[in-house]
Design a protein around this ligand. Sequence first.
Ligand code: FE
Ligand code: CA
Length: 505
Amino acid sequence: MTRRSFLGGLAAFAVLPTLRECAVPDAQGISAYPFTLGVGSGDPLPDGVVLWTRLAPDPIGGGGLPNEPISVLWEVATDPDFDEVINRTGALARPDRGYAIHKDLRGLEPDRWYWYRFSVGDWVSPVGRTRTAPAVDCVPGQLRFGLATCQNYRHGYYTAHANLANEDLDLVFHVGDYIYESSGQGPVRPTPGVATTLEDYRARYALYRSDPDLQAAHAAFPWVVTWDDHEVEDNYAADLDKHGNDPATFLPRRAAAYRAWWENQATRLPPPTGPDLPIHRRLRWGRLADLWVLDTRQYRSNQPCGDGGAPLCDDNFDPELTMLGDAQEAWLTDGLLSSEARWNVLAQQVVFGDMQIGTAVNHDQWDGYPLARQRLLDLFASEDVANPVVLSGDLHAAFAADLHQQVQDPTTPVVATELLTPSISSNFNPDAAPLWENLMMQRPYVHHANGTNRGYVTCRLTPDALDARWRYVETVTEPTSAVFTGFELHRVAGPAAPAGGGAAC
Ligand code: FE
Ligand code: CA
């Protein structure tokens, strides 16, 4: 089908009130395929979703575009063949936004799948599939989500993403370490030097997003993303870099990293204008689940006791110590207490439950902020908070755990479930993995532990139950791999919150 006959066919739908005819932009001097970074979508609402792409004819060589805005056409259809296009309009890819498009599409129907694509001249992007959330005032039958973290490009191929793309899911959470700012060769793929500038971070996202398996996972579902440390720098805390240097030198780097993150993710957030970018937000899946997307990096206190694996010290018990910052913690507390959803999913970065081994504490995780953690555990115990599920990543190893109100005391009530997802590709010391797995499995509240395999988690929530699967790939050192289920966790929903309820959608 030629472009002309395709457009002619569209005329049949001109009666649709949302359809706006729009001239196809010409090539504007672009001489190579500009959709090398694929497409994506994110942050679904009942009436809308954000569509994303970023033009880069030469993704690794600096983009390859003139320093001018480029007109891009986007199209949305109710079928994968684009027989029923419901909206097509132009947008500008601007140099000051890294030639990214963020189209906050509205006017859609709730609880429905859509297909979208972009074009410039005769260049047409891959087709992405996305969907809206159910209406907010009813209880849908299910939410199926994937959970991913830690995808160091040089550590492995994205065999996990290739398999994730084939799962039957409504959305994917990514809880951070989407890129790694660090340098190094191999063992599987090379990456350039340490990223510190906006151009560096843009190039790093271009490298990662040029991967066809990552593109397939983005094209298959809307994503809901947050970040961890490596989107900026290893183990940074608020305005302090890893070494605690003067914030005046670190904040410009953070601003560049946040800017590149914004350009490269399909979120509804406004673009940052400086070193701050509030990204914590709430999404809803009808009255089945509230999705609390958290940021444990931007506002946290510096890791106490010198970080590393030091034993607990007095500083860990400073009541001022915070992981979320006061404003985000108050927002989460108020939100959980007033939630009318059957489940409360907390999409956050670092391990929440007990990971202490002997006296060794990883102060970058919630273990390092025990009083801040206890405030949330006590909140989870409230009868006003229904069925919290804590998602976590960062460790490069996986577990399934019950969270007791006192995390190390199994005689206290279970107040939440933690799903710790394995890394997509980032390595975990293979010699340490069996020891770590054995130590974890000795804890009565840990039901599965795996430091050996890479992969992801899938989870299905219904009004009555949670069913999660730990999905592992056999290898990340080959371009393709089979996937297998290493563990399944089933949890029956506890009571709804007093304000909960609602009719089925
Ligand atoms: Fe990581
Ligand atoms: Ca991390």
